[in-house]
Write a protein that binds this ligand. Structure first.
Ligand SMILES: [Cu+2]
Length: 125
């Protein structure tokens, strides 16, 4: 009788662990939420910095500032982030939760710009 009870407790525990792991792998459990804040400058040679890292679940807060004479924007398609087109000295603030793990490209999607260095990556660990 006692053994049966212990067995049931173990089975329920195993189910809980499995569900928790599944949720974690699918980005549904955020045990530690921190904030990643970064200013990204757009210069005539591209984004600076052009590689960002954060942890899954982080609140990512970006200030995009265009210092180039050409118009640029910040487009992170995998996270459905599309800044407005920014003229020289204009800035845009962006905030989102990094729910998906992986390495995601961002670009200035003005025609011809991604190919000429206006690109970078966001790595969510
Ligand atoms: Cu551009």
């Amino acid at each position: 009788m006692r053994r049966t009870r212990i067995l049931w407790v173990l089975i329920l525990l195993a189910i809980n662990v499995a569900v928790f792991t599944w949720n974690q792998q699918h980005g549904r459990v955020f045990t530690l939420t921190t904030r990643m804040s970064q200013t990204i400058m757009i210069t005539k040679t591209g984004f600076s910095p052009n590689h960002l890292t954060c942890k899954q679940g982080d609140t990512v807060s970006l200030v995009i500032r265009n210092t180039d004479s050409q118009t640029h924007n910040f487009t992170l398609t995998d996270y459905h982030i599309f800044s407005p087109d920014l003229k020289k000295d204009e800035l845009s603030t962006i905030e989102f939760q990094a729910i998906k793990k992986g390495t995601f490209p961002f670009v200035s999607d003005t025609p011809g710009h991604p190919e000429t260095g206006f690109s970078g990556t966001l790595e969510v660990k």
